[in-house]
Design a protein around this ligand. Structure first.
Ligand code: DC
Length: 222
């Protein structure tokens, strides 16, 4: 099973990262957080003074960036030798990542890199287009979702537990709704349920239960 590829897509806060990390540990796979790459690009773009509509410039920046993941649980995100693991997790950077990710030039560059990383197999990857574009031939494809309220509640708890600057619940819910809408309606590879993907509703399920469901899919070769 070591060369298996498990691809998980879904909206923000559905539990993709936690589940993908747990699966990677359980099956001895590498973990790829594709959203972290869009966030790293957004951080670089923000530092270069770019804003949401500067897609072409962001695509140029994307070509020059060195983004990689270093050992750690979870893996550290390294942008041109700088550890940006924490810096990319702010709501502002999430928002800019979502906006810049609507630009085809940005997607082309990052998708190319992601496909090269998983080409040899042995990965669990997660994002918004990994079941449709990055790894449409993955052995197991999952669309992990939950209601907006559930996801916002989870994200709110997670952020405050990590000691991050946490918006009011209602503001966070609104931000997530806006981000979902943009990710789902963008022209280039919108977030959608891929052909052959299994939809898992994570609402009311524990992480272990979601992981167990995906392990079953692995056994069934889905
Ligand atoms: O998963 P995340 O919240 O870290 O992702 C941040 C943004 O990056 C997300 O709102 C849209 C974009 N993204 C994308 O377009 N495609 C991916 N595969 C992953 C993330």
């Amino acid at each position: 099973m070591s060369k298996i590829v498990i691809a998980i897509d879904g909206p923000a806060g559905a539990g993709k990262s936690t589940v993908a990390k747990a699966l990677a540990k359980e099956l001895g796979l590498q973990y790829l957080d594709t959203g972290a790459m869009y966030r790293a690009l957004a951080l670089a773009a923000s530092r270069a003074g770019l804003s949401e509509n500067d897609g072409d410039k962001a695509a140029e920046i994307a070509k020059t960036l060195h983004i990689h993941f270093a050992e750690g649980a979870p893996p550290h995100v390294i942008l041109n030798d700088e550890d940006v693991t924490t810096a990319i997790r702010t709501p502002e950077i999430g928002e800019l990542a979502s906006a810049l990710s609507t630009h085809s030039g940005v997607r082309r560059e990052l998708v190319k890199r992601q496909q090269a990383m998983v080409a040899e197999g042995g990965y669990t990857l997660e994002g918004r287009d990994v079941t449709t574009v990055v790894a449409p031939n993955a052995d197991v494809k999952v669309y992990l979702t939950a209601s907006l309220e559930e996801r916002a509640k989870r994200r709110h708890v997670e952020m405050s537990e990590k000691g991050m600057e946490t918006p009011e619940y209602d503001d966070l819910r609104r931000q997530m709704q806006t981000r979902d809408h943009r990710d789902i309606t963008r022209d280039d590879s919108p977030l959608t349920v891929a052909e052959g993907a299994t939809i898992i509703e994570s609402g009311g399920l524990s992480i272990d239960e979601v992981v167990a469901k995906i392990l079953e899919l692995c056994e069934q070769g889905k």
